[in-house]
Design a protein around this ligand. Structure first.
Ligand SMILES: [Zn+2]
Length: 197
């Protein structure tokens, strides 16, 4: 129905989460009305983010260099490690301004339904880091996969690094809630009220 190039763009927008057919059409038609220069900038931003961003060698967070800004910050407590599912959770926690340790991003959760195994995640690196840490705070979500992952990590860390304190954030978070949807006050409470495992 639309010219081929426009159909192609609509199908690209449809790949974005939460974008249906009509929204995708609206976005694509809007691009047709933009200046060529603005469109080139938009397209370049998509390419840049894919080419320049990589995962931090230390914590697994997104970064443009070898290590992310948080791992490179000597002013933070590198002996306290907050373990999360994704880079979005790091951003949510940083917004609270209440956490001064470092992070470890698993980049996923253990999931029997999705067939995600511990070896698919950034877990071996966490065990290595835990050897030099005072506390590991497990902050995966209160979903079934989040709890399974926290339980697995707790057992693994207690067997490999018995001297490290392993804690779990309090879930005043809505049941099944993801960290990145929690507000800053809820997240701060979840950190303060964490319990020893
Ligand atoms: Zn890092």
């Amino acid at each position: 129905m639309y010219p081929e190039s426009l159909e192609k763009l609509i199908s690209c927008f449809r790949r974005l989460p939460g974008v249906g057919e009509r929204t995708a059409e609206r976005y694509a038609l809007m691009i047709c009305d933009e200046d060529e220069e603005d469109v080139a900038e938009f397209a370049q931003a998509l390419i840049d983010v894919r080419q320049k961003l990589t995962y931090c060698k230390v914590c697994g967070n997104l970064t443009e260099g070898d290590t992310c800004n948080i791992c490179a910050d000597a002013g933070r407590d590198h002996r306290q490690i907050f373990v999360v599912q994704s880079p979005k959770d790091v951003i949510a926690m940083e917004k609270t301004g209440e956490y001064h340790g470092v992070y470890h991003v698993l980049n996923g959760l253990i999931s029997s339904t999705k067939g995600i195994l511990p070896e698919d995640l950034n877990i071996a690196e966490l065990v290595e880091r835990a050897k030099d840490a005072d506390e590991i705070i497990l902050a995966t979500s209160a979903t079934m996969d989040g709890e399974t992952t926290a339980m697995y990590l707790s057992r693994l860390l207690q067997s490999k690094c018995p001297d490290v304190l392993v804690t779990r954030i309090a879930h005043g978070l809505p049941s099944g809630g993801m960290l990145d949807y929690a507000d800053e006050i809820t997240l701060t409470h979840a950190l303060v009220d964490r319990r020893k495992l």
